[in-house]
Design a protein around this ligand. Structure first.
Ligand SMILES: Nc1nc2c(ncn2[C@@H]2O[C@H](COP(=O)(O)OP(=O)(O)OP(=O)(O)O)[C@@H](O)[C@H]2O)c(=O)[nH]1
Ligand SMILES: [Mg+2]
Length: 561
């Protein structure tokens, strides 16, 4: 689960330098991650990443020549005493009343101008900003030029506002010097709530055991060992640990040297932000995980979706109508002319669905924009089958993704569900069902039918004329004979028989051709309906899968030190 976090933890950086460009690239990667997951993952999970991007951008834009170091610790540990001793001025009141320091004080080594923007951003009031620059000892202090030392209120305060101020500042400063004293160095609050939280910021963490003068000299190493053990448990193995005495200038040489090194390296700001990126990446790791994103929705689920879409769109009803319409139209074109007119009176099955009727009988395009067809609305069963098929597509596509994603994939799959019925209806209405052309063989058979009917009519007329002449006593017609049978009789009976025979022979062919027309229409409709499914269901799913892949790549880049 925490593969990236694991990798981050394994790297103990110690004095390793942080390259500014590499850090900016990692921050860009976090930004890319946020863009990729925007609207897909819960905002609450992304707050630390947004905060980091915003803070890091501002910190890097502000003075990189200054290093902001905070003295943090419990009340009475001696933060203000150390602050004053380092500044060699009484800047922050030291008192017996606890807590003493209520607002952050800042001391800047070097000119204040350059540091002011930084202090504005950090939020130290101008009246609590001091400058440590004196003509007398300018040379002694050059090693600390660029240092902005902050004296923080106590974090274990009875005053809630102190704790809030400390928490706010700890998120902004470049380096933290944790000040503990011999009485309270093992307090649970500092270890559980603070030091442990800073384990990814080991390279910008320093711990001092202040008031070392209060211990018998032989005790100091024992207490330091004990404190070191506690720090190891906190995950702060290797952080510098010093004993200090604020009331004795020689008792602070180690701390001063450490601060001089920090200022000279000008790395603290970058290291702090790199630690922040590590923390954020570790927190996001669970949201993205290591699963390879699926290439797209899987085939079986897509087939199921297309089937359900076809059902909901009424494709079976339309294809059945196509078959009947083919028979109807073929019958009208090839049937016995005597009954053709009667067939035409019956409504065309496709026309009844408001689908294109016989050629030249198209549905009004304006009408098709609203309720395109009169294909029956999907039944409750078809609707629920469609819902299940969409769910199956989402579930299969998100099967390997971490817990935060399946919800986003399902929402994407359903995002255009409301538009689907109209889209399907329009598609059905716009699909060429393949019935526009009248096949040549219809014309041929139709022509034959006319011919034989004509023969029968001629025969009938001829016979009627013969009877009429005979009835009037006029000379009979001299009927030519075909074998034993007179020609008019052959024409009449032959014409009638031939018409019935052609109709009988044509019927199975029409049935077969109608089934083919149905299959062809089914193929076309299914393909068009699948396009709608692709546009309305699969594309949104692919977009989320693409975002997942981008987020995963971005987070890997952000994790790379
Ligand atoms: N003996 C001795 N006393 C110290 C030392 N450092 C601080 N003190 C005393 O400890 C008390 C508290 O010191 P402060 O500097 O006010 O402590 P703080 O951490 O700033 O306390 P808050 O402002 O309340 O958070 C004062 O009486 C200091 O004189 C030290 O190194 N040795
Ligand atoms: Mg104080």
């Amino acid at each position: 689960m925490s593969n990236i976090a694991g990798r981050v933890r394994e790297v103990f950086r110690g004095d390793q330098r942080v390259d500014a460009d590499a850090l900016i690239a990692r921050l860009d990667a976090v930004r890319r991650f946020l863009t990729a997951v925007d609207g897909l993952l819960p905002d609450a999970d992304l707050v630390p990443a947004h905060t980091l991007v915003e803070r890091a951008g501002t910190r890097l834009a502000l003075s990189r020549d200054h290093t902001v170091v905070a003295l943090a610790g419990a009340t009475g540990s001696g933060k203000s005493s150390l602050f004053n001793a380092l500044a060699q001025l009484e800047l922050s009141p030291v008192g017996v009343r606890r807590p003493t320091t209520g607002v952050t004080h800042a001391c800047v080594w070097g000119p204040l101008e350059g540091a002011n923007h930084l202090l504005d951003w950090i939020g130290v009031l101008p009246r609590h900003r001091f400058v440590r620059e004196s003509a007398l000892d300018a040379d002694d202090e050059t090693a600390l030029h660029g240092l902005i030392l902050l004296d923080l209120p106590d974090f274990d305060s009875v005053q809630r506002s102190h704790r809030l101020e400390v928490d706010r500042l700890l998120g902004l400063v470049d380096q933290v010097v944790w000040v503990v004293d011999p009485q309270k160095y093992a307090d649970r609050v500092i270890h559980d709530s603070y030091l442990r939280e800073f384990h990814r910021h080991r390279d910008v963490t320093l711990v001092v055991l202040n008031q070392a003068d209060r211990l018998p000299p032989a005790e100091v190493p024992r207490v330091l060992d004990d404190l070191r053990r506690l720090l190891d448990t906190d995950g702060l193995t290797g952080v510098p640990l010093l004993a200090t005495t604020a009331i004795d200038p020689t008792g602070m040489v180690g701390l001063r040297n450490a601060l001089e090194r920090t200022v000279a390296e000008r790395q603290a700001a970058l290291r702090r932000l790199a630690g922040d990126v590590d923390t954020v990446v570790a927190g996001l790791d669970e949201l993205v995980g290591s699963a390879r994103p699926a290439g797209g929705p899987d085939d079986t689920a897509v087939k199921g979706l297309n089937r359900a879409l076809a059902g909901a769109a009424g494709v079976p009803a339309v294809t059945e109508a196509v078959e009947r319409a083919y028979r109807h139209r073929a019958g009208a074109a090839t049937g016995w002319p005597v009954v053709r007119g009667w067939r035409r009176l019956r409504p065309d099955p496709l026309r009844r669905l408001h689908l294109p009727g016989p050629t030249g009988d198209q549905t009004d395009p304006a009408e098709s924009l609203v309720a395109a067809t009169s294909v029956p609305d999907p039944t409750a069963a078809q609707r629920s089958a469609l819902g299940l098929a969409i769910r199956a597509v989402a579930d299969r596509a998100a099967a390997d993704l971490p817990a935060a994603w399946p919800g986003a994939v399902t929402s994407a799959a359903r995002s255009r569900l409301g538009d689907l019925p109209d889209a399907l209806d329009r598609t059905i209405a716009g699909t060429d069902l393949g019935l526009d052309r009248r096949p040549l063989w219809w014309r041929f058979v139709g022509g034959v039918q006319w011919l034989v009917t004509l023969a029968a009519v001629v025969g009938l007329g001829w016979l009627v004329l013969g009877y009429a002449l005979r009835a009037l006593g006029l000379p009979a017609l001299d009927n030519p004979m075909v074998g034993q049978v007179p020609l008019p009789t052959v024409l009449l009976l032959g014409g009638l028989l031939a018409g019935l025979l052609v109709a009988a022979l044509t019927r199975p062919v029409v049935r077969w051709a109608a089934r083919r027309a149905r299959a062809r229409a089914d193929q076309r409709l299914t393909a068009r309906v699948a396009q709608v499914g692709d546009e309305y269901v699969l594309t949104p799913v692919r977009v989320v899968l693409g975002s997942y892949a981008q987020a995963r790549d971005a987070l890997r880049d952000a994790a790379r030190r």
